[in-house]
Design a protein around this ligand. Structure first.
Ligand SMILES: [Mg+2]
Length: 281
């Protein structure tokens, strides 16, 4: 079975929010003009590196603009074709698009649909059609719904990478680094350290788990530490960095401080983590 990286499209591969506002009924953020398509920095090289590592690249994109009447399906294909043109030939294996939206204007497309993120339908359809092993696949997107969709489809949460937000990785290039670090067997070295939750199983909550994993990526990015592996269960997060144990303890201290503050702001001052740090694996 093949392994894949599922890629959100707008603001993951190409600019969308910063484009000139399209004519109504399309809304700002909708991408309707192929001539305005511009890839985000580093996207082309990141896609090439992932492809070279034997991963299939599949775009999964909500396009509620179709239901709103701002663009028809052929128009969406023209946008996708333009993205293909801007990437090295053969980079993208397939585009999956969901034209449905519950608050659309065109009756044909106006309803909820299992393909619409955070639903898992686009990913599970691609897996069935292309023979993909979702347990060994990855997903990258700039919105929580991209991550929720991938987790719902059965991609392990620590393989679902948020980019572009406050707590996530910076961009697709950083996500590709994280994927390739874990994708190549034999690269695991350095320090493995673990934080354990103070109470209960807080990481059973998808959003908490995704935020903690994304925070680890963000700290690595900011500090220049290379993250070799990150995994989480309901009660703990385990991080391997390409550095010594002392650096590992420093990394966890920063992760604890950062995510405790986030958690406390949502759970009336409760701490997520205790002081204890365990050595891995
Ligand atoms: Mg997006």
């Amino acid at each position: 079975m093949s392994r894949a990286v599922f890629l959100d499209r707008d603001e993951t591969l190409n600019r969308a929010d910063s484009l000139p506002a399209p004519a109504p009924p399309a809304r700002p953020g909708d991408v309707t003009d192929p001539d305005l398509i511009e890839l985000l920095p580093g996207v082309s090289r990141a896609c090439s590196r992932l492809r070279a590592a034997g991963l299939r690249l599949i775009v999964y994109s909500n396009q509620g603009v179709v239901a709103r009447g701002g663009l028809d399906l052929r128009g969406v294909e023209r946008i996708n074709d333009r993205i293909r043109e801007l990437l090295p030939a053969g980079t993208i294996d397939a585009f999956y698009v969901c034209p449905y939206h519950p608050a659309g204007h065109l009756p044909r497309w106006t309803r909820e649909h299992p393909w619409r993120k955070p639903g898992s339908g686009m990913i599970t359809a691609a897996a069935a059609e292309m023979g993909l092993d979702l347990r060994e696949s990855w997903a990258v997107g700039d919105k929580p719904r991209d991550i929720e969709s991938a987790i719902a489809a059965g991609i392990p949460p620590d393989r679902c990478l948020g980019i572009g937000g406050d707590a996530g990785l910076a961009d697709l290039a950083s996500a590709a680094d994280a994927i390739l670090a874990r994708n190549s067997p034999g690269t695991a070295r350095g320090a493995t350290v673990r934080l354990r939750a103070l109470h209960g199983s807080p990481l059973a909550d998808v959003r908490t788990r995704a935020t903690v994993i994304a925070a680890a990526g963000s700290i690595a990015e900011r500090t220049g530490v290379r993250l070799v592996a990150v995994s989480a269960d309901d009660r703990s997060i385990t991080v391997t960095i390409d550095a010594d144990r002392l650096a590992g303890l420093g990394f966890l201290a920063e992760l604890r401080r950062n995510t405790n503050a986030w958690f406390a702001s949502r759970h009336t001052g409760l701490s997520l983590w205790g002081e204890a740090v365990e050595d891995g694996p």
